[in-house]
Ligand binder design. Structure first.
Ligand SMILES: NC(=O)C1=CN([C@@H]2O[C@H](COP(=O)(O)OP(=O)(O)OC[C@H]3O[C@@H](n4cnc5c(N)ncnc54)[C@H](OP(=O)(O)O)[C@@H]3O)[C@@H](O)[C@H]2O)C=CC1
Ligand SMILES: O=C1O[C@H](COP(=O)(O)O)[C@@H](O)[C@H](O)[C@H]1O
Length: 499
């Protein structure tokens, strides 16, 4: 199918509003941490108006599921409002069985019979996506229904294409949605607003003024009880090829000519199409010490729990500007942050500052505590004093109010049929093409928990090194709060970070 036809068919705003949500994998980790709390919050916001049928293998009945949902909501940090929870629970039920057994589809058929249009949401191991789609089709449950599949979509370009082809045998393109929860993340979506609603940034947003762009998704926790899932996937496939490429795309793309999901999808694809296939020499992999002891991890596994890479965008705007992306488990902090480093001024009028004049930075914090901080230079105090770097920023939650969680947006879009919040298959193909030469993992370097990954990764950016995110972005609202020792880099950059 030509790209333009694919855009028209998959980014159609006017899909059917579902009358029932069928949630496969309701007893799983994602459902516990994200989906059940999100459904509760949607109930609170008056945005969940359809019954939810969960499906899983466990021997749960409706009451056990409701108790599980209650605990999930509490564990997510919400206080239960009993009246609200009763409303949510009344519309929550479960069907159990094995997805490889045709009997389960007959049971699901009974649960959805006469209920209208169904949204079948697969939060299950990806190896089962095609089997469940086939089972639904054999039972006639692909009619008057759409299929929503979690990530990862394939494990390389060939398998993604194969999965798409298999799923399209049972659900046509208009009825197939591929989840990337970063597309439901308000802070990630806000990157588009930041870039395209501010003319201030437009003139500097290219190779003339930007030295490099860094994107970090750091997690201070390890793989915990997700060993068997994670070991088959690794960091690159878990968060880089999908989530962090969404971030990179929004940072680097050109503005769409009109505010419409189809134009946006095409611009994103155009950007990804210009990204050079990553060279294995531009990648550093790591594995945290102790990973091999995690339950579910294969003996001697070489799966990476950390990856840092450099990529290049071969277009007019970005030629020669490196984009650095890194992510890892068991690192120093939990933070997803973009740091755009601007070029230094062309003439050094302020020599004498310890080392070079620090470059201007634009830090865009995506989570936790979304916000933006510009690190600028200003003269401080009396005449003759050297300029200092100070952050000028905004904490979005404090100033603009709270945001819906990504899975509230994803589940809502899955039910109401808003396809613009889902991944566009030609963009998924480009993403797999970009990482095509680095999927085969070499032996990762072991790193200690609580730091910033393998030493070799520190050298990847050269020059000024990584601008590590802190636990919280430092916000100063006026120059009086400037500090000569910026709080956002808790560890001073050491010599190893310089080339
Ligand atoms: N966990 C996370 O943080 C994230 C996960 N995802 C994605 O969500 C999806 C689910 O992941 P996750 O929740 O971690 O996986 P889990 O292994 O924790 O859960 C899998 C779910 O599928 C059910 N299931 C598995 N096999 C069968 C079967 N043969 N028949 C019936 N039910 C079955 C399980 O039922 P039972 O419990 O009864 O065995 C369980 O409800 C994956 O695609 C993953 O990539 C995406 C983002 C984050
Ligand atoms: O999809 C996944 O994403 C999370 C990170 O997303 P966030 O919104 O929680 O920051 C990651 O921890 C997990 O391993 C991965 O499967």
């Amino acid at each position: 199918m030509p790209l333009s036809a694919s855009v028209t068919s998959t980014h159609n705003h006017d899909l059917e509003h579902a009358d029932i949500l069928v949630l496969y994998g309701i007893t799983g980790d994602l459902a516990k941490k994200m989906l059940l709390p999100a459904l509760y919050k949607l109930t609170e916001r008056g945005m969940l108006t359809v019954p939810v049928v969960g499906v899983a293998y466990s021997d749960f009945d409706d009451e056990a599921l409701r108790a599980h949902a209650r605990q999930s909501v509490i564990d997510a940090g919400y206080t239960i409002d009993e009246k609200l929870f009763a409303k949510f629970a009344a519309d929550l039920s479960i069907v159990t069985g094995d997805f490889t057994d045709p009997a389960i589809y007959a049971k699901i058929g009974k649960a959805v019979a006469g209920k209208g249009f169904a949204a079948h949401y697969l939060a299950i191991p990806p190896s089962l996506f095609d089997k469940v789609a086939a089972g639904l089709a054999e039972a006639g449950l692909n009619k008057n229904a759409r299929l929503v599949v979690e990530k990862p979509f394939g494990h390389d370009l060939a398998s993604a294409r194969q999965l798409e082809a298999v799923l399209e045998q049972y659900f046509d393109r208009d009825h197939l949605l591929r989840v990337d929860h970063f597309l439901g993340d308000e802070s990630v979506e806000g990157l588009g607003t930041f870039r395209f609603a501010n003319t201030l940034l437009a003139p500097v947003w290219d190779r003339s003024y930007i030295d490099n762009v860094q994107i970090t998704l750091a997690e201070d926790f390890d793989v915990a009880d997700r060993g068997s899932f994670y070991d088959a996937v690794g960091c690159l496939r878990d968060v880089v090829q999908n989530h962090l490429f969404q971030v990179m795309t929004l940072l680097a793309m050109d503005p769409p000519n009109v505010a419409d999901p189809q134009a946006l999808a095409l611009e994103k694809w155009r950007l990804l199409h210009s990204v050079r296939t990553i060279d294995p020499a531009d990648v550093v992999r790591g594995q945290y010490e102790g990973y091999l002891d995690v339950k579910g991890v294969k003996k001697g596994s070489e799966t990476e729990t950390y990856i840092a890479l450099r990529l290049w965008i071969d277009n007019w705007r970005w030629a020669g500007v490196p984009f650095y992306i890194r992510s890892g488990k068991a690192l120093a902090v939990t933070a997803t942050e973009v740091c755009v480093q601007l070029r230094r001024p062309p003439s050094e009028l302020f020599r004498g500052l310890a080392g070079d004049v620090p470059p201007n930075l634009i830090r865009i914090r995506l989570e936790p505590g979304a916000g933006i901080a510009f690190e600028l230079m200003a003269r401080r105090g009396e005449r003759g004093q050297l300029p200092v770097s100070f952050p000028m920023g905004i904490d979005f939650e404090k100033v603009l109010g709270g945001q819906a969680k990504p899975y509230e947006n994803i589940l809502h879009a899955a039910v109401v049929g808003d396809s613009s919040g889902f991944a566009f298959f030609p963009a998924i193909e480009e993403s797999w093409r970009i990482v095509g030469k680095i999927l085969e993992s070499g032996k990762p370097t072991v790193y200690k928990s609580g730091g910033w990954g393998p030493d070799a990764a520190a050298k990847l950016p050269g020059g000024d090194g990584w601008h590590n995110p802190a636990e919280e972005l430092f916000y100063a609202t006026h120059i009086g709060e400037a500090t000569p020792e910026p709080k956002h880099n808790p560890e001073p950059k050491d010599a190893a970070q310089k080339k």
